[in-house]
Design a protein around this ligand. Structure first.
Ligand code: NAG
Ligand code: NAG
Ligand code: NAG
Ligand code: NAG
Length: 468
């Protein structure tokens, strides 16, 4: 039972991006953003935003709800949203509303309800931190480059908070990019970003009205690919009988980096020794596997076995060709681990498997992932919990080889907008599996082998008769 307490704690850390019970009406503006500091980190292939707010209840009643807003295009591509109260050292519930879209001027925005575990009295202030990653507003700039020229990325984002509440003091910083600079936009040709070392700073900007819109575009050099997994199908097979857990993953990958201006020439690529230099092309994948994995494989769409190398718990894959901007690559990998590494039991035929949500490469954004877990036949699923938001859970039965009487029990979890740090997140699946069911399986296999041998025997008999 200690285990379930552990799960509960983890789930509080990252609250679900799923249901919310908000009406579409604009909520009351009974807060004021006394301070609003926003840091956009562009080190990875997707931006990571950290917001530090001091908010004040300017209403006449105690309040525990704060509405955070995001532009619709960012909301749709947002990943791992979390809100916390640094003075109380706790993460708080935040539930984006799937239904309410509010059109303010020209841009659609979405509300995210942040719920404090206590009420804040009128005139009181509280510090609130918000963190999320997203994959919106980023593109190569220019779109096409020549092999060997550095790549620039351009990030277009809202410059001002665009909040439901009035903001008294606002600061915006861009960090993590090489050669960060502001690009004058069509609507706003004023350029007021200040470069302070490697940090591009805006503000302080004072007294910003609710829903004020303003864009900013920044560019920076990024000599690395922008790996995006369009689809991941991850299948995990649990076998009590063999004490194994087998992972099988199918990836559909693209690189959102700048495209090649003059097309690809393998000769030029080899001659310039580009494989050894940093660039916006992808040379290989470094998959982060669980410890002590065995029986690895790697194939791509031609179905041939491809080159890989295992170093400790990293699996290095080398595609047949470097992956340039706009190119696609689909492949399958797999491996096996001991089941006991992932399984906990209370001894009474109930089990909890804790399964990592991802084992893919670092610095990667996932549009969509399907994670299917196959339990032994006869298992009964009691509960499924995730430390990440899940968009759809479905249970069904699928047949597999050697399951002659009934099928494996399968549960599929679909998750949109994942980032590589979800590797630290787990799926917990609680199920019942009786010893009787476990012993039934070898008997089935024995029966199957017996039948196979018998047929072989009869074939031989026939052969003997035809060709003595
Ligand atoms: C901000 O940019 C978006 C497109 O990226 C545009 O639709 C919108 O009108 C711009 N808003 C302002 C206030 O410039
Ligand atoms: C590879 O993935 C891409 C992107 O999802 C898809 O459009 C394409 O059909 C896939 N190719 C094959 C051969 O499966
Ligand atoms: C993901 O799983 C769902 C439900 O099992 C299925 O309908 C969908 O086609 C799957 N997606 C992919 C990309 O395989
Ligand atoms: C699971 O999928 C089936 C069809 O594949 C559908 O009828 C059912 O409603 C789904 N269940 C859930 C919980 O999504």
């Amino acid at each position: 039972m200690i285990f379930f307490q552990l799960i509960a704690t983890v789930i509080l850390l990252l609250s679900p991006l799923s249901c919310g019970l908000l009406s579409s009406a604009t909520p009351k503006a009974n807060w004021e953003n006394v301070e609003f500091k926003r840091i956009v980190n562009v080190l990875k292939s997707y931006p990571h935003e950290s917001l530090e707010l001091v908010i004040k209840n300017i209403g006449s009643t105690p309040e525990s709800h704060y509405y955070f807003t995001l532009p619709e295009k960012v909301f749709k591509k947002a990943s791992i949203f979390s809100a916390s109260l640094p003075d109380h050292n706790i993460y708080v519930d935040s539930s984006p509303d799937a239904e309410s879209t509010v059109r303010e001027d020209s841009e659609d925005i979405r509300y995210i309800l942040v719920q404090f575990p206590f009420e804040v009295a009128p005139d009181q202030e509280i510090r609130l931190n918000i963190n999320f990653m997203h994959n919106a507003g980023l593109k190569p700039y220019p779109e096409h480059i020549q092999l060997g020229t550095p790549q620039n990325l351009l990030l277009n984002t809202n410059k001002l908070p665009h909040s439901l509440y009035r903001t008294l003091k606002y600061n915006l910083e861009f960090v993590g990019g090489q050669g960060l600079s502001e690009v004058p936009t069509f609507q706003d040709s004023s350029s007021d970003g200040q470069l302070d070392g490697e940090v591009l700073k805006f503000g302080p900007i004072l007294n910003i009205e609710p829903f004020t819109q303003s864009n900013v575009s920044v560019t920076y050099v990024r000599e690395a690919p922008s790996v995006r997994v369009i689809n991941l199908n991850r299948n995990i097979w649990i076998s009590h009988w063999a004490n194994t857990i087998q992972f099988d993953e199918y990836y559909e990958v693209t690189n959102d980096a700048a495209k090649l201006k003059d097309g690809f020439s393998r000769a030029e690529f080899m001659k310039g020794q580009y494989a050894l230099k940093p660039g916006s092309y992808l040379i290989g994948f470094e998959m982060m596997l669980p410890e002590e994995s065995t029986d690895h494989y790697y194939t791509d769409l031609v179905g041939m076995v491809s080159t890989y190398k295992i170093i400790s718990n990293h699996m290095f894959l080398k595609p047949r060709y470097p992956l340039f901007g706009g190119w696609f690559y689909n492949f399958t990998i797999g491996w096996t681990n001991e089941l006991s590494q992932f399984l906990h039991t209370d001894g009474a035929e109930q089990y909890i498997a804790s399964i990592p949500i991802l084992n893919g490469p670092l610095d990667t954004f996932y549009d969509h992932a399907n994670i299917s877990i196959y339990l032994p036949e006869g298992a009964e699923i009691l509960d499924l919990k995730s430390t990440l938001p899940i968009s759809n859970v479905n249970g069904s039965t699928e047949h597999s080889f050697f399951d002659l009487s009934s099928g494996h029990v399968k549960v599929t979890v679909e998750i949109n907008n994942l980032v590589d740090n979800a590797q630290k997140a787990q799926l917990f699946i609680k199920y019942k599996y009786s010893k009787y069911m476990m012993y039934r399986k070898p008997i089935n296999i024995a029966a199957y082998i017996f039948v196979a041998l018998m047929s072989f025997f009869f074939l031989k008999q026939i052969n003997f008769r035809i060709d003595p």
